[in-house]
Design a binder for this molecule. Structure first.
Ligand code: MN3
Length: 197
């Protein structure tokens, strides 16, 4: 059985950038629903019961067709959100350091160039989805709750949820304002450590 991970910080950790109301709904309701629906699919499919979350969503062809879409959407949702909470910290913001900073500067000219490229991709996601920084420092997007793992890709270094449920209460339709605010809470220590392993 999969379980909802606790946050490493309080719902009110992000102050004016992401409200307590959003954090509470996003974690306790949206993420919990992904966990519950994934568990529902796994419960009635014995051959899935010894698989890790990564194994499930990396090998959707091996998931029986009757529950494949549920595992894709809700397994993806559980995986993506479990990462997303780690990508943020009340001590976040500022800029990456070390090898990650060097790599981003080399690929995007400077840190602002990276933020611009990432923000542009995030704005271009039509409807609901995610934008990711990959270990090769490319920026990719995925629709719905898809993950780069589903296309045979690597686990992301960083990702941003651009579903409306992630920002609408605070920013209404202004996704660009949400993206700008989110940079203030990015947990670069986490991204640096994922990059170096
Ligand atoms: Mn979400």
């Amino acid at each position: 059985m999969f379980t909802l991970p606790d946050l490493d910080y309080g719902y009110d950790a992000f102050g004016k950038y992401i409200s307590k109301d959003i954090m509470e709904l996003h974690h306790d309701k949206h993420h919990q629903t992904y966990v519950d629906k994934l568990n529902g699919a796994v419960e009635k499919t014995p051959e899935l019961q010894d698989k890790t979350l990564e194994e499930l969503i990396s090998n959707l062809d091996n998931v029986p067709q009757s529950v494949r879409m549920v595992v894709r959407n809700h397994g993806g949702g559980h995986y993506n959100h479990s990462l997303f909470w780690k990508f943020m910290s009340p001590d976040g913001g500022a800029t990456p350091q070390g090898a990650l900073a060097d790599g981003l500067n080399e690929k995007y000219g400077n840190f602002q160039g990276f933020m611009d490229a990432f923000g542009e991709k995030a704005l271009a996601v039509f409807g609901s989805g995610w934008v990711w920084l990959q270990p090769d420092l490319s920026i990719v997007t995925s629709p719905n709750q898809d993950s780069p793992l589903m296309d045979g890709g690597s686990a992301p270094l960083l990702g941003l949820d651009v579903w409306e449920h992630a920002y609408y209460l605070d920013y209404t339709y202004k996704r660009a304002d949400y993206i700008q605010a989110w940079w203030h809470v990015v947990n670069w220590h986490e991204v640096e450590s994922r990059f170096s392993t």
